[in-house]
Design a protein around this ligand. Sequence first.
Ligand SMILES: CC(C)(COP(=O)(O)OP(=O)(O)OC[C@H]1O[C@@H](n2cnc3c(N)ncnc32)[C@H](O)[C@@H]1OP(=O)(O)O)[C@@H](O)C(=O)NCCC(=O)NCCS
Length: 152
Amino acid sequence: MSLPLLLTKRLTVSPPKTAAAILSYAAHAAPDDWLRLHGAIFLSGADRWTTARFQREITARDWFSPQQMWWAIQPSRPQPIGVVTLEVAGEQGRIHWLMVDAAARRQGVASALLGTLEQAAWDAGVRQLTAETLSSWTPAVAFYRRHGYETA
Ligand SMILES: CC(C)(COP(=O)(O)OP(=O)(O)OC[C@H]1O[C@@H](n2cnc3c(N)ncnc32)[C@H](O)[C@@H]1OP(=O)(O)O)[C@@H](O)C(=O)NCCC(=O)NCCS
């Protein structure tokens, strides 16, 4: 059985800076790149989000900021290989929509994205970060645990 799982981490020191190639959505506002990743990883076929759906979803989230969504870029590839989004609510932060292209996994891409997100969260005054996942998504659970996130 797959259950929703909240994983949380307190930020107590400024996270180390990451050297990976990361770009904000503000610098690369490309819904199609986001939809390509989302369609390949989460919802494909008839359930696939359209550009209009994506715009509706981000507009509906009053916390969404183009400065707080990040792409991972690989110079050899034309399209981003990963993405993550941060919600800031005072000292609380929430991690949304973490996705890495299947062909680029286990190479530290999500770790680089998370490092950028944690740094930005810290700078914004966030001191606790939470990610929601499903207990059956073992790569995501292993990933967050590897980065110090624990069951809330
Ligand atoms: C979860 C996900 C984002 C990880 O991306 P990634 O770029 O492969 O992660 P990293 O390479 O930075 O992994 C860092 C560490 O996390 C752990 N980890 C990541 N994927 C893992 C897996 N499949 N199995 C076990 N541990 C894993 C490992 O400790 C890994 O370090 P290592 O490779 O040195 O052993 C990716 O698998 C993905 O996009 N999954 C589908 C979407 C998803 O589940 N998103 C999260 C929604 S809550």
